[in-house]
Structure formats: C-alpha cells, structure tokens
Design a protein around this ligand. Structure first.
Ligand code: OAD
Length: 233
C-alpha cells in the first residue's frame, strides 16, 4: 500500500487505461483505429476544417460508448482517496469521459476537455453540457452567432486546458502517480520528469509506458485490480 504522510500532496495523472476496464477502448494498441482513421485524423483543427461531419460522427460514437460505461474499482479508489485527502489530492485526467465524476470525484481537471460538453468554434460562448449524438445525414449544429458547434475537446495542435493550475500543482506535489497512460502524448508525458527529485513517482498499468525510465517504480497490473489495494479501501 502507498504510504501517504499527513504532509504529502499527491498528483494523480490518469489516462485512457483507467477507463479500459469500464469498456472504453484506449487510443494506442489493439483497437486503436476508428474506421481506418488514426486518432490524429479525426481529432485536429485540420480535420474539423476538412470534414466536420466525420469529426462529429467520431465524437458521437465516443459519446455513445462513454454514456454506456460505468466507473470501475480504479475510479472508485481514487474517489475514496479524495474523500480522505481532500485538497491534498490533485486529480488530473487526459480522459474526456466522466467516469471519475460518476465514481464521486469532485475536483477533476480534464486537461483534454470533456466529451459531454460542446462549444462554438467562432465566439467566446462558454462550453455547455451537450449530450446529443449525430447520425448521417445530419446538419452541423450552429451557435446563435452563426458559428459551428464543436466538441469541447483539446485536439492535436491545440493547447490543453488549465495548464497553469496543473503546473502549479506539479510544483507542490510530493507523490506523483500516473495510471493507464502510454507516456507518448505531451505535455502529460513530461510531467513525471518535471517532478523528478521532488516527488516519489509511481506508474500503474499492465505494461511499462514509453517514459518508464523516469518513474521510481512501475506497478504492473490493471488499474481496477491494483488501485484499491495500493490506495487503501
Ligand atoms: P493510450 O491509449 O496512449 O494508452 C493507454 C495506456 O493504458 C496504455 O499504456 C495501456 O498499457 C494502458 N492500459 C490498458 N489497460 C489498462 C488497465 N486496465 N489499467 C491500467 N492501464 C491500462 O492513452 P493515453 O496515454 O491516455 O488525447 O493517451 C493520451 C492522449 O492521446 C489521449 O488523451 C488522447 C489521445 O490522443 C486527445 O484526444 C487529445
């Protein structure tokens, strides 16, 4: 079990692997393609300009999959940890599903956006709850300003959300744990190197991530099986 002293501050970074046992496919590895498109081909501003219909079809499919998913023991263990540690836990996810919230986590930072929110691609209107899905043929939804409504997702080539807060929490942490992320996509892949020497660093997942050399410890196993024991029930 992970030793957490009363003065420790935990930074937990989760990736697609934490939701894998809930039935949401990961991006890389088996099943990492959608209709022969690489994720970069349907998740970028270029894709949106080239074919917004294809982009909405992709995110509609992901909305349907995520809407059917339920939190697994890994999400629950992290929610219980928040209940114990309060603000000494900072939970930062690259995932756009809402399974951490469904498990009871109240303070989740979604650095890559949220699947069930949309925003206008032209005006400053705030992102809003939006669960609609789109089947062909369909019209691209429009904002009152005339702009097109797009998923509230950080696409390739865009800047992740809330980075100031994320980097400020990284500076303060004494334990850094990454769960179910391949260590490929920046800036999250470099978080562990940034806290080296300042924090104890642990990775949890069934295989070593690409940045495994930067972690003090890699706990090999599925998050839903490992986290309840590692974090305490
Ligand atoms: P990846 O799909 O790159 O990696 C998923 C990781 O989860 C792999 O390292 C698997 O070994 C691991 N994994 C699989 N099953 C697991 C389980 N049961 N428990 C724990 N780990 C498991 O996903 P991310 O690293 O999250 O960005 O990908 C980062 C970003 O790339 C995503 O947020 C997305 C994508 O492009 C955007 O859409 C902007």
């Amino acid at each position: 079990m992970l030793a957490v002293s009363p003065t420790d501050r935990l930074f937990v970074l989760t990736g697609a692997g934490v939701s894998a046992e809930s039935g949401i496919p990961t991006f890389r590895g088996v099943g990492g393609l959608w209709r022969n498109h690489r994720i970069e081909e349907v998740a970028s501003p270029e894709a949106w300009r080239r074919n917004p219909y294809l982009v909405w079809e992709f995110y509609s499919m992901r909305r349907r999959v995520a809407a059917a998913a339920k939190p697994n023991p890994a999400h629950c263990a992290l929610a219980q940890l928040e209940a114990r540690l309060g603000k000494r836990l900072f939970l930062c996810t690259q995932n756009v599903d809402n399974l951490h919230e469904q498990a009871g986590s109240n303070r989740v930072v979604h650095m890559h956006g949220e699947l069930f929110k949309s925003r206008c691609d032209s005006c400053e209107r705030r992102p809003f709850e939006h669960t609609e899905t789109f089947e062909p043929p369909f019209e691209i939804p429009r904002c009152e300003c005339g702009g097109r409504i797009r998923p509230h997702i950080c696409w390739f080539g865009e800047v992740p959300f809330e980075l100031d807060r994320v980097f400020s929490e990284l500076e303060k942490c004494t334990i850094f744990m990454a769960v179910g992320t391949s260590g490929v996509v920046e800036p999250a892949a470099s978080f562990v190197a940034q806290v080296a020497g300042q924090a104890k660093t642990i990775y949890v997942g069934p295989e070593e991530p690409r940045n495994a050399h930067s972690f003090d410890e890699c706990c090999v196993g599925e998050a839903g099986k490992m986290l309840p024991d590692l974090l305490g029930r």
